[in-house]
Design a protein around this ligand. Structure first.
Ligand code: ZN
Length: 159
């Protein structure tokens, strides 16, 4: 991993993933019988996401989102809901931290191979590190998720 992780091929691939999720978001709905919910708000860009989840047997049995925002915030939320199903809240928080780290230019090593596999897909979000104003768009759904797991109603990127 000495090469620039954002070489041209990779950048194109990342853009394709973001565009695909931005146009065709997965899990764009409200979770039925959700056990927690939180709203995320990024006033810098006007992104708003509502995250709902149902926790059962110590795992995230279902997680979904709805909202309005730029392609990056929607794509990030879509990829997040894909990655988090059947994860424990602890694993979800670990991924949330890891996403924040890759979006701000830090390297991330996850010991758990299952989580590391998810990180490979989520790495598409790391393209925002070149656009500081976009970092909050990418991390917003994850802020909302962490709030949801703590069952705080509001999350904001203004901290
Ligand atoms: Zn945005």
């Amino acid at each position: 991993m000495n090469a620039d992780p954002l070489n041209d091929d990779l950048r194109t691939l990342y853009q394709d993933i973001i565009l695909d999720h931005g146009k065709h978001p997965r899990n764009f709905r409200v979770v039925e019988h959700h056990t927690c919910k939180a709203q995320g708000n990024n006033p810098m860009c006007g992104d708003r996401v509502n995250v709902t989840a149902r926790l059962a047997d110590g795992k995230i049995a279902d997680v979904a989102f709805e909202g309005k925002g730029c392609a990056i915030s929607i794509a990030s939320a879509s990829m997040m809901t894909d990655a988090l199903k059947d994860q424990t809240p602890d694993a979800a928080r670990m991924l949330a931290h890891a996403v924040r780290d890759i979006c701000t230019g830090k390297d991330v090593q996850l010991a758990d191979p299952a989580l590391a596999l998810h990180m490979e897909k989520l790495a598409a979000l790391s393209g925002v590190r070149q656009f500081p104003v976009r970092v909050k768009c990418a991390t917003l759904p994850w802020h909302a998720l962490v709030s949801c797991l703590e069952d705080k109603a509001q999350a904001t990127t203004e901290k």
